[in-house]
Write a protein that binds this ligand. Sequence first.
Ligand code: IPE
Ligand code: IPE
Ligand code: MG
Length: 232
Amino acid sequence: MTDSTLHIAVIMDGNGRWAQAAGLPRSAGHERAHLSVESTVTAALENGVTHLSLFAFSSENWNRPESEVALLMQPERWLVTEHEVESYRQRNVQVAFLGDLNDPRIPATCSHWLRTVEEHTTTHNPQLRVTVAFNYGGRQEIAEAARLCGTKTRLGAQEDFHQHMWSAHLPDIDLLIRTSGEHRISNFMLWSLWYAELIFTDTLWPDFRAIHFSRALTEYRMRHRRYGTLSG
Ligand code: IPE
Ligand code: IPE
Ligand code: MG
């Protein structure tokens, strides 16, 4: 990929703890998450970001209580509302989903909504490409690529292998932000994160706004990336 791309990824964590701190059920934290997504998208547009990848639902999140999973399987209630889809479309923001979207555990209403969001925001020359990782696992993505790859590619050729990944169309991640004070990757985009800069903030996702995103970008711009060399 060319240097003209800027790919920021976010692990949107802390919805449950935000709600608990406010004396509310965990669902109240999830139901505010879309406001933080919208504010982050706006900040990304204002800061010249070309790719924004957001972790919304991991392969392991199925292991949560049934009622919580049921809410998370209604992304129009907590992730991207109908009103926001239209606002993204008007601002030339293209939204696409990444993960095992054919999993039979995903309710038909949810699959339908994901498709609607993608179709409604598809555009020829987007100003910002938002990728929402949904039913996504980094190991699953690599294992699936290995299965598809089979023996067809040159042994050990990283580029050939990458072409078989769900995220083949995305540039490497430049910066990963994780909210809520946790310092881990939690099976997010393991391949694309290879030389990403990492920023961890204690802010809980429902409190995260454009100002936090802009501050993280300012910090990122002061980092020296070396990719194993002695320059940078
Ligand atoms: C992140 O918030 C959202 C999802 C994983 C869907 P959490 O639900 O993990 O919130 P905490 O980490 O329990 O506070
Ligand atoms: C990571 O958060 C997944 C998403 C933000 C969707 P989790 O809350 O599931 O991660 P762990 O369990 O704390 O590592
Ligand atoms: Mg969490």
